[in-house]
Design a protein around this ligand. Structure first.
Ligand SMILES: *Cc1c(COP(=O)(O)O)cnc(C)c1O
Length: 354
């Protein structure tokens, strides 16, 4: 260990993002990016912003973007917070809302960044096991807790809870902050945003990385009671007052305004997901019911790590997670139909060779 490291740096166990290799002709189905890219209007808006105007700092409050998002989601601008990817928004929520005297609850199999932030901010995290069908059971959260964070749809399972179930969770925990991470909600989930009006403890976090094809721009946001948003703003202004550059704000605004492009690319991804699920099932895979832009699948006669490695040998990248319950599975991002064709051909080739 380097002698100059602080105690903080020594104790961290950082998140490992999916790899971004520079290999040509790779079928990249490992990080849940959109196969379609952003709205052409967002591209135009970003090009138009890439001028001499960049000598000036961006709007630290991203007023226009928050206004546009507020209209899109039917809330007030004071109920919107934006950040450099939803990872940053979530990190601020961990620091500003989820660190309480009692432990923070989250599912045992979920977004693997949650334990990393918990450790960074000294939050005691208590995991609640998924049920036998790999679903979140909100009844299991009836215990002493200081806060709750749940991804809905969950990652990497893709399984979504209906809004009514989230409402039940919120009604049972009116006195603690509850964060619902909706990174994948646009692919068939039911958003909890309509519950904000009745639940001042609910923060909903969304991202432009997946459904809006803007992973490279880094824009995420949170919606909730103005009091919760104020906590995020206090953390942000103690960390980085300008998390979103001018180009990011311009691109994000134009993306939200192009609803037709957004809906079209989401529905194409959903259609491809359904086709991919049918084809994997026909090959003998067990595919969890996904409401996301990926599927979590296992094959009875093939280990997850083994399958991922065999796909990699065929220039197809998927994500494998090592925890005991997720180890039999691989997470496969829904790509373009052509990419899914290559995946299915490779999978049947791998199975035949056994
Ligand atoms: C991808 C993802 C995020 C982070 O997305 P950003 O690119 O940082 O906006 C957050 N939560 C979950 C569950 C994700 O899968």
């Amino acid at each position: 260990m380097n002698p100059f490291w602080s105690q903080i740096a020594r104790e961290l166990s950082p998140y490992t993002p999916g790899e971004q290799p520079r290999i040509a002709n790779l079928v990249k189905l490992n990080t849940n990016e959109s196969p379609f890219g952003p709205s052409p209007r967002a591209e135009d808006a970003m090009r138009a912003e890439a001028t001499e105007s960049l000598r000036l700092y961006p709007d630290p409050e991203a007023v226009e973007l928050r206004q546009v998002l507020a209209e899109h989601h039917g809330v007030q601008p004071a109920q919107v917070f934006v950040g450099n990817g939803s990872d940053e928004v979530l990190a601020h929520a961990f620091a500003g809302l989820l660190k309480q005297q009692q432990p923070l609850l989250c599912p045992d199999i979920t977004y693997s960044f949650y334990p990393v932030w918990a450790q960074l901010f000294g939050i005691i995290l208590e995991t609640v096991p998924l049920d036998d069908a790999m679903g979140v059971r909100v009844e299991d959260y009836r215990r002493q807790a200081g806060a709750i964070v749940i991804a809905n749809p969950n990652a990497p399972t893709g399984i979504a809870l209906p809004r009514a179930t989230i409402a039940r969770l919120l009604d049972e925990h009116r006195d603690i902050p509850v964060v619902i991470d909706e990174a994948y909600v646009d692919f068939g989930g039911e958003s909890a945003v309509p519950l904000i009006a009745d639940h001042p403890n609910l923060l909903v976090v969304q991202t432009m990385s997946k459904s809006r094809g803007l992973a490279g721009l880094r824009v995420g946001y949170a919606l909730g009671d103005a009091g919760l948003i104020e906590a995020l703003r206090r953390v942000k202004d103690s960390f980085n007052s300008y998390p979103l550059g001018r180009i990011a704000q311009a691109g994000a605004v134009a993306s939200v305004r192009d609803d037709a492009w957004f809906r079209e690319s989401c529905s194409r991804i959903v259609a491809t997901r359904e086709a991919m699920t049918r084809e994997l099932t026909a090959l003998g895979f067990v595919v969890l019911p996904s409401s996301a832009n990926f599927v979590f699948a296992r094959h009875p006669s093939l280990g997850g790590a083994e399958f991922a490695a065999a796909l990699r040998d065929r220039a197809i990248l998927v994500r494998h997670f090592g925890k005991p319950r997720s180890a039999p599975y691989v997470r496969i991002t829904v790509g373009k139909p052509g990419d899914v064709g290559k995946l299915i051909a490779a999978a049947s080739d791998i199975l035949r060779g056994r």
